[in-house]
Write a protein of this length. Structure first.
Length: 173
């Protein structure tokens, strides 16, 4: 099961409302209620959605696999989708989602792709949210960002290099 919190953002990135959604083998639900959605991919970043007889056009603006956040524009409004996999849900259920987060030691590729850009160098200090590198996958550029304040120990890849899922990209001090 994959869970997501969907937030409507205004131009100041301020949440206007928050929905709890779930995707399972059985289907899709919003706030715990099953819903029927027809979802069709039009191009790499564009989708067409039918929900309750209404048509929606969606465009993926940003996919950040490190922070598990996807930003989309749907019918002119911007939505932030915060994904939670089974592990995230278990930690939340146990009350451990924000407690004692371990220091990050390395960054691995969330998917196979091509290193399009490296924005940092060894020895550099970065702040939470800084872009570390850009991974091109499925014709989309995905900015991999620091999830906390860190210092770069070493960079294990080069621009233009193909990488596999879970391949070590960066080590942190």
């Amino acid at each position: 099961m994959l869970q997501a919190n969907v937030k409507l953002l205004d131009h100041h990135e301020t949440p206007q409302w928050d929905w709890q959604t779930q995707w399972t083998k059985e289907g899709f639900s919003i706030e715990g209620k099953p819903v029927e959605i027809d979802f069709k991919q039009i191009s790499d970043r564009h989708f067409h959605i039918l929900y309750q007889g209404l048509s929606y056009n969606a465009e993926v603006l940003r996919m950040d696999w490190v922070s598990k956040q996807i930003t989309i524009r749907m019918n002119g409004k911007v939505y932030a989708i915060q994904l939670q996999d089974a592990f995230d849900q278990l930690l939340k259920k146990m009350g451990m989602a924000q407690v004692g987060k371990a220091k990050l030691n390395e960054l691995k590729a969330p998917m196979p792709g091509l290193i399009a850009a490296i924005q940092v160098e060894a020895g550099q200090s970065v702040k939470k949210g800084d872009i570390l590198l850009v991974l091109e996958a499925m014709k989309m550029e995905n900015a991999l960002k620091a999830t906390e304040d860190l210092t770069i120990k070493s960079i294990e890849v080069q621009k233009g290099q193909n990488v596999e899922k879970n391949q070590l990209l960066i080590q942190f001090a």
